[in-house]
Design a binder for this molecule. Structure first.
Ligand SMILES: [Zn+2]
Length: 177
């Protein structure tokens, strides 16, 4: 099962200015602050939001109290439908892979990242063709996820390479927070 303590909280702000949003069905996305505010107000308006959360909370508590029964329940659920079981296993592998490389960056997220930076290179402000740059390099355990991505022009991206991001940012007078 997923490690709950490692989950990012809704509303977390990334160094690139995007804010984390998780849909009630679990889909996760990084959005601009404007989009975040919009989503927040839409969610508050949804009449059954409180009830859904309460149900889920009760289910979580039940699982924590009855781990064996919960396991049995999943097993029965899987046995009842082989197609579902196959999908469940595939999903499990997918999640494991995601844990190491990240869940990827959607086109919408990449657009939001560029919007947030004003269409400029995060490091030098150039408006030339922007590429995705990992703030924490993948080689150092950074993930290919929106929170870890800033737009960088080709020269900055290659200058940085796998150099320490903080050192690199400092050399060009840019602070990473
Ligand atoms: Zn640049």
């Amino acid at each position: 099962m997923e490690d709950q303590t490692k989950r990012i909280r809704r509303g977390t702000i990334a160094p690139n200015g995007l804010i984390f949003w998780r849909y009630s069905k679990g889909r996760e996305v990084w959005v601009t602050p404007e989009k975040f505010a919009l989503k927040q107000s839409q969610r508050d308006k949804s009449w059954n939001f409180d009830n859904r959360e309460k149900c889920r909370e009760a289910e979580r508590r039940w699982r924590a109290r009855n781990p064996e029964k919960a396991k049995e329940k999943v097993k029965r659920w899987l046995l009842a439908d082989p197609v579902r079981a196959a999908a469940h296993i595939a999903n499990k592998h997918h999640r494991r892979r995601q844990r190491t490389t990240g869940r990827g960056v959607t086109a919408t997220e990449w657009k939001a990242i560029k919007t947030k930076s004003g269409g400029r290179c995060y490091y030098c402000g150039s408006v030339s063709r922007l590429t995705m740059d990992h703030v924490i390099p993948l080689s150092k355990g950074g993930k290919h996820e929106a929170w870890n991505i800033v737009p960088a022009c080709k020269p900055c991206n290659s200058k940085k390479g796998a150099a320490d991001p903080e050192k690199f940012a400092a050399t060009i007078g840019r602070l990473l927070v």
